[in-house]
Design a protein around this ligand. Structure first.
Ligand SMILES: Nc1ncnc2c1ncn2[C@@H]1O[C@H](COP(=O)(O)OP(=O)(O)OP(=O)(O)O)[C@@H](O)[C@H]1O
Ligand SMILES: [Mg+2]
Length: 233
């Protein structure tokens, strides 16, 4: 489903250029449940930004469903990002001026095509599923962190994307709320059949996934092989 082919990422700081990702290659199959681990500063978030098409690699190719993303126009990238990927960030990234319901509906505002369902019904279904329907008209800064993260997961799912990217989704939560969020993310894989990629520092979180990709010094040092269960297909 997605393939990174010798991706590099350089950042220019002052007069220096530093290479954060060094010819990193990786394949992730449809419906895989994968974690990305590595020391702080190793480039995990940089990699997630590239996977999410929020940033472009300095060199190398990023292929989604056999399509080289470098051949797409900005419009095509935006559209693909909107329908193909759901994001869950450590800092929730909700808009405080919008209600919970409006935040969840936000990706659909930028979507011009026909959906096979009514988005409002879908938003309510997701809120009920995640136990936040009583918060529909509340504002994000008036609800708990655990609830905010459930809102952001609902927002990630509103256009029914194939790929979920979660960058330390429990980093700002206490362990009880973290557990709730991790159980929900497990379900996105097991029940919703999404491809899920989660960045984490914690071994227990990584242990929930079927494959642990470890990056260090800009390279994948382990977890390059696709999950065995899926390889047979
Ligand atoms: N826009 C940028 N400009 C310059 N340097 C950057 C930029 N973004 C990231 N970096 C640098 O790239 C390196 C990798 O950053 P990244 O955020 O990907 O690490 P990480 O593995 O996610 O770390 P953490 O576990 O702390 O979240 C860091 O040294 C960071 O300072
Ligand atoms: Mg990071």
């Amino acid at each position: 489903m997605i393939k990174l082919d010798r991706i590099t990422k350089d950042f220019v700081v002052g007069t220096d250029s530093i290479q954060i990702l060094k010819e990193l290659s990786l394949e992730i199959g449809d419906q895989e449940y994968v974690s990305i681990l590595g020391p702080s500063g190793s480039g995990k978030s940089t990699l997630m930004y590239i996977l999410g098409m929020l940033d472009t690699p300095s060199s190398g190719r990023y292929i989604i469903n056999d399509k080289d993303t470098s051949t797409l126009s900005d419009d095509e990238i935006s559209r693909l990002r909107n329908v193909f990927i759901g994001f869950v960030f450590q800092q929730f990234n909700l808009i405080n001026k919008l209600s919970v319901l409006e935040n969840i509906l936000l990706p659909s505002i930028y979507y011009s095509g026909e959906l096979p369902y009514n988005v409002k019904d879908k938003a309510w279904e997701l809120m009920r599923r995640f136990g936040i329907d009583h918060r529909a008209t509340s504002y994000p800064n008036k609800i708990s962190g655990g609830e905010q993260q459930r809102v952001s997961i609902a927002r990630a799912l509103i256009l029914d994307p194939q790929l979920i990217l979660a960058d330390e989704p429990t980093g700002n939560l206490d362990s009880k709320n973290g557990e709730i969020i991790l159980d929900l993310i497990d379900e996105l894989h097991s029940k919703d059949k999404k491809t899920v990629i989660i960045v984490t520092h914690e071994a227990e979180v990584a242990a929930r996934t079927n494959r642990q990709i470890v990056i260090k010094d800009g390279y994948v040092v382990s977890g390059k092989e696709k999950s065995k269960l899926l390889k047979k297909k």
